[in-house]
Design a protein around this ligand. Sequence first.
Ligand SMILES: NC(=O)C1=CN([C@@H]2O[C@H](COP(=O)(O)OP(=O)(O)OC[C@H]3O[C@@H](n4cnc5c(N)ncnc54)[C@H](O)[C@@H]3O)[C@@H](O)[C@H]2O)C=CC1
Ligand SMILES: O=C(CO)COP(=O)(O)O
Length: 307
Amino acid sequence: MTKTIAILGAGAWGTTLANLARANDHQVRLWSRQGDLSLEDVVKNAEIVLCAISMKGVQDVALSVKSCQISPQTIFVTATKGLDAKTTRTPSQIWQTEFPDHSVVVLSGPNLSEEISQGLPAATVVASKNTAAAQVVQQVFSSGRFRVYTNSDPVGVELGGTLKNVMAIASGVCDGLHLGTNAKAALVTRGLTEIIRIGKVLGAKTETFYGLSGLGDLLATCNSPLSRNYQVGYQLASGKTLTEILASLPGTAEGVNTCQVLMQISQEQNITMPITEQVYRLLETQVTPKQALDELMLRDTKPEYHQ
Ligand SMILES: NC(=O)C1=CN([C@@H]2O[C@H](COP(=O)(O)OP(=O)(O)OC[C@H]3O[C@@H](n4cnc5c(N)ncnc54)[C@H](O)[C@@H]3O)[C@@H](O)[C@H]2O)C=CC1
Ligand SMILES: O=C(CO)COP(=O)(O)O
């Protein structure tokens, strides 16, 4: 059945998701700050409101949507991968707080938008506490080129997509320094251990991180030059400054802000995050890429599963 869908954010990901829904004959209205359509008109009577805005805009846009006319049945879908700098909340927690009586669905997976725009095959996950809402969103986006799975752990699905961005920066550094395949495998595997350690504290299920939105997205983003986060790391390793890199980057690299929020969480909750800490120190120019590597390699020896 044709759905009316409002997509907020006309960047790389919002546009790609709009095209996927249009290809399935849904009626899509796309809103961006620079566009001609008003937010009020875009969300009016929408059965689904999907947000693909960068993290820094989510709270303000959620508040603006709150002042618009929304049907009580409207499903909110969040596709943003980040953490709020002020409250450390995930995007779905922001949407659920502002719309407590609505279903909120997280959409996340190994989804480099450029590949999907080219029609290459990909899979994703839609996760919600409300299974029926997740199934509606699954039907909206599923096609022969985009395979959509449902999941009942929205925070886990969301954190997989968010936390891997920091590991993608580290992976870019690893490749930029030409450290080899063994080093990359070790980094990504220990990165997953670190993601699971943080994710469990933040309320996610461990098994979710072994799925598409966890390991899947980690592999995609840590291995692709199409990833903006990977590009940040790769170019830092080549000696560029963060300011120079961000000035020429096509789109948002959420891992930069996510890393700062994670350091705050790590200090407040006493969670060991060695890779995240070195990425943070590198972004803050407290260490060089080579020093960050040495710090990681020379940590105290320990059993593999010592937390
Ligand atoms: N591009 C990709 O391959 C994927 C991106 N994502 C996530 O989707 C989100 C958006 O990413 P992209 O579309 O790639 O970024 P982008 O930089 O291409 O677009 C960001 C969009 O957010 C809007 N925006 C930024 N700040 C805003 C504010 N304060 N108020 C209102 N709108 C604001 C921009 O105008 C733009 O429409 C990010 O969280 C990203 O991690 C998730 C999966 C895939
Ligand atoms: O989340 C993504 C792929 O799943 C996109 O990665 P980047 O934001 O690093 O480009």
